[in-house]
Design a protein around this ligand. Structure first.
Ligand SMILES: [Zn+2]
Length: 291
């Protein structure tokens, strides 16, 4: 390495360190000179500074997600089921309470859900809908990898007089399951962890972190592209089932209103940052649907 003396190590363990740090032994391999020239070259250093982050970005944000799309099909069903059930158990414990919705209201939404599954020829034993009350989620809906879709009481009540808007939300969640977004998120975060560990040399941590990725999908949420994919699934299917994409826009509008009115100012700023990082803006989604 430039600036460091070229040591000689002897068999008895003794060492000779030249005082002149630039002195190089003529009998040592040529490859050392190549490395040293690279380390001295300003251009090579500049290129490394620019291209290393670019390379990491390409691997983590382009190559890994692209590979994840193809690899999820090879996952056995039973692994996806386990992943879904385990996440569901944790989320239930942390954030969900038994539903307080009247049975008739639940039955009405369940009937809409079933008839949409039939019309789209999706498997009724895979796609299941449950209601829960949730103080932490508020008006919200989410989908788990194995097809369980949860609608909060708060959302069902918010859209009680707009049944078609609620159908649009259900279709959006079905879109996440159809495109296997949560499995892809999990595969991506596992692969990224391994890539980072290999690049930065911390291989011991890999197994430990890879085992914990099941939980990471719940923390991360979906990417912007996945939200757009689920949105476009919902918009296309709304049209094909004879509803309007305005129903989807109505749902997002109602959600946007409910989420901004119920929060304190500080929380609003935090939510906004969180929202910006992982979701397309609500206005963008409304405009897209109206168009
Ligand atoms: Zn979504």
């Amino acid at each position: 390495m430039a600036g460091l003396a070229d040591e000689l190590n002897f068999e008895d363990g003794s060492r000779f360190i030249p005082l002149d740090v630039s002195y190089r032994w003529p009998f040592k391999e040529k490859s050392h000179h190549v490395m040293e020239r690279l380390e001295k070259s300003k251009w090579a250093i500049l290129a490394a500074v620019v291209f290393t982050p670019l390379f990491m970005w390409l691997v983590l944000y382009k190559a890994v997600p692209a590979i994840a799309v193809y690899s999820v099909d090879t996952l056995p069903h039973n692994v996806i089921n386990q992943m879904g059930e385990q996440s569901f158990t944790v989320i239930k414990k942390l954030a969900l309470d038994p539903s307080e919705l009247p049975i008739e209201q639940q039955a009405k939404v369940q009937a809409h859900f079933k008839s949409m599954l039939n019309a789209l020829s999706l498997d009724q034993s895979v796609y299941r809908l449950s209601f829960y009350k949730s103080d932490s989620f508020g008006a919200n809906a989410f989908a788990l990898p194995h097809g369980r879709i949860v609608v909060t009481d708060e959302l069902a009540n918010l859209l009680a007089d707009k049944p078609n808007a609620l159908k649009a939300v259900l279709l959006h969640e079905m879109g996440h399951v159809v495109h296997q977004h949560s499995v892809r998120i999990t595969a991506q975060s596992a692969a990224s962890t391994i890539v980072l560990a290999v690049v930065f040399g911390d291989l011991e941590g890999v197994a430990e972190i890879a085992l914990g990725t099941g939980a990471s999908f719940a923390q991360q949420g979906f990417s912007r592209d996945m939200e757009r994919e689920a949105d476009s699934f919902a918009l296309t299917q709304l049209e094909s089932l004879g509803y309007s994409s305005n129903d989807f826009a109505d749902a997002i509008e109602a959600l946007q209103k409910s989420h901004t009115s119920e929060n304190e100012h500080l929380e609003k700023v935090n939510n906004l940052l969180e929202y910006l990082s992982s979701h397309p803006s609500a206005q963008e989604r409304i405009d897209n649907a109206r168009k």
